[in-house]
Design a protein around this ligand. Structure first.
Ligand code: AMP
Ligand code: ZN
Length: 451
């Protein structure tokens, strides 16, 4: 077993060793469901998905427990629901449905557990009560707060001094805080806000306690890998770690922290607040979701990656070639060099280079290379569809009736049988004008949609 991973807590790469080799446990912070995800979020989910695929390859399909939560209580959700005049539960249900469609289009694995914050309120309350009982949290003006100075290891994950943190996080100084770094575990809700009864009155949880409570419930106090974008390292992950370790008598929380770099546009982080985002929905209206996935995995996951139409087009061209080369071929052995690249902290640029080498060998006639290309690309979540389905993908708004195409192909065949080649060419042109490209092969004529 030779998987090596970079651990953002240690700032170093190390061979991955699960706490329990019979059950690798991983947690990824999932989305807050008030709006559709953008392709920056998509990059985070694709990187973690690839990690889970590599873990499953090594530890078996049932040897990995993959948890990715859904944050379905949050002030952004409340204000969006109020703007729209809908109930919060209606907004979150709708957003979760489209989220699942977006994630499926990127060919993301369905997590073993997809816990929702609102289904874990009792666990959150219990953890806050434990923190209060152990002297790591206090109650003030209806709020429960984590007492940051009570945890001497605070800042170890993000390696920041308290002064940096205060400046960097622009922490809210509030009258109910004993220390400016203290953060909210529970806050009071008025009648217009979602709320649950608690020992501190009707209220709602802070974001950080949600993940600590859900990770404990589904993975236990200590588990193997915790993931998310690098922006979550501080304060979200630092706070999760503080809560969980203090509630669990100093027991370790995540062994490895896996953080992806940003997807950028003109070198700036893609984000909702900057407005420079493209939703996954918009991206997959213009190209197959699998090509979006490819483009999002092209750069190494820890590096920033700039998004451009060119990158997306390049990804699609490569997949076109691979689908063509592997059409009708059974998946063979996973290529050792591809696996070695992935085992080296998910070195996708190197893995793609090796896949292109296999494609080169396959186009020179090597059936073994084609079979290996298919298996290795499938390990990374590509080439999972029928080539026919891939080649007949259409952008939104375009439709081609397959029955009409078949009818025209028959007409062309008849014209050719009658040696009426002018008529046969006319039919080909008619199809080409409709965006259908014919390919004559030994098995007859097939068709695909032009790009
Ligand atoms: P959020 O809903 O903002 O918590 O984001 C969901 C996930 O996407 C988190 O793991 C974020 O760190 C990650 N993320 C957000 N923006 C980007 C971006 N531009 N590039 C890469 N990951 C991102
Ligand atoms: Zn989280």
């Amino acid at each position: 077993m030779s998987l090596t991973l970079y651990n953002s807590a240690a700032r170093a790469k190390a061979p991955f060793q699960p706490l329990d080799p019979g059950r690798v446990r991983v947690y990824m912070c999932g989305p807050t469901v008030y709006d559709r995800i953008h392709i920056g979020n998509g990059r985070a989910f694709c990187a973690f998905d690839l990690l889970v695929r590599v873990l499953r390859h090594h530890y078996g399909a049932n040897g990995v427990t993959y948890v990715r939560n859904i944050t379905d209580v949050d002030d952004k959700i409340s204000s969006r629901a109020a703007e729209r005049g809908t109930d919060i539960s209606v907004l979150t249900a709708e957003t979760i449905a489209v989220l699942h469609a977006d994630l499926a289009a990127l060919n993301l694995l369905v997590p073993d557990v997809e816990p929702r914050a609102t289904a874990h309120i009792p666990e959150m309350i219990a953890m806050i009560e434990t923190l209060i009982a152990k002297g790591h949290a206090y109650v003030e003006q209806g709020h429960a707060l984590f007492d940051v100075p009570s945890f001497s290891d605070y800042g170890a994950l993000s390696r920041r001094s308290l002064d940096d943190m205060i400046a960097g996080a622009r922490v809210e100084v509030a009258p109910y805080k004993r220390d400016p770094m203290d953060f909210v575990l529970w806050k009071p809700s008025d009648d217009t806000q979602p709320g649950w009864p608690s020992p501190w009155g009707r209220g709602r949880p802070g974001w950080h306690i949600e993940c600590s409570a859900m990770a404990k419930r589904h993975l236990g106090e200590s588990f193997d890998i915790h993931g998310g974008g690098i922006d979550l390292q501080f304060p979200h992950h630092e706070n999760e770690r503080a809560q969980s370790m203090c509630a669990h008598d100093g027991h370790s929380f995540a062994q490895v922290w896996f953080h992806n770099g940003f997807l950028t546009v003109d070198a700036e982080k893609m984000s909702k607040s900057l407005g420079n985002f493209m939703t996954v929905e918009a991206a997959r209206e213009n190209m197959p979701g699998e090509a979006v996935r490819y483009a999002l995995l092209m750069a190494h996951y820890r590096q920033p990656a700039d998004w451009s139409d060119d990158i997306a087009a390049e990804a699609r061209t490569h997949l076109d070639r691979w689908y063509r080369l592997t059409d009708g071929i059974e998946a063979g052995e996973i290529d050792r060099a591809v696996l070695a690249a992935l085992d080296d902290d998910l070195n996708t640029p190197r893995a793609f280079t090796e896949l292109h080498r296999l494609a080169g060998e396959a186009s020179s006639g090597s059936g073994t290379a084609a079979a290996s290309l298919k298996a290795s690309a499938q390990l990374m979540g590509f080439l999972g569809q029928q080539a026919e389905v891939w080649f007949r993908w259409m952008p939104k708004g375009r439709t081609i009736d397959p029955a009409w195409v078949e009818d025209r192909i028959q007409a062309r065949r008849k014209a050719r049988a009658d040696k009426d080649y002018a008529q046969a060419d006319l039919v080909r042109k008619e199809l080409a004008d409709a965006g259908v490209i014919l390919e004559d092969g030994p098995q007859g004529t097939t068709w695909r949609v032009s790009q």
